[in-house]
Design a binder for this molecule. Sequence first.
Ligand SMILES: [Zn+2]
Length: 116
Amino acid sequence: MSTHEEIQIGPNPCLECGGEYGEHAAGCSLAASRGSAEESELRNELKGVREMLRRECVDWAEDHTYAQNVAKRVGVPEKEVEGDSYGVPAIQDLIDMIAERIPPNVGSERPAVGKL
Ligand SMILES: [Zn+2]
């Protein structure tokens, strides 16, 4: 293992200056080494992962709101749809609530759910 690989994000102290979490004391010769490049690469990767996660949350919120609106339209009480301070129903719960409002259509090819 080269000294460059000793510099990493984490508590592992730098072998030269003893700095932790990728921080180096002023004048540490390892601060500007490849380790720093790897750190900035990791930081960029982390930024990308955060952005991906943020988009996933936005997508979930849109799908959730859509399911809530459909549930309200088919007559599920507002209180059930919105949940309370203990939590909101998951998308799966909302689908179950909607399904409960759909009459069974045994034998028919297409379920007559009506215009939602
Ligand atoms: Zn150092």
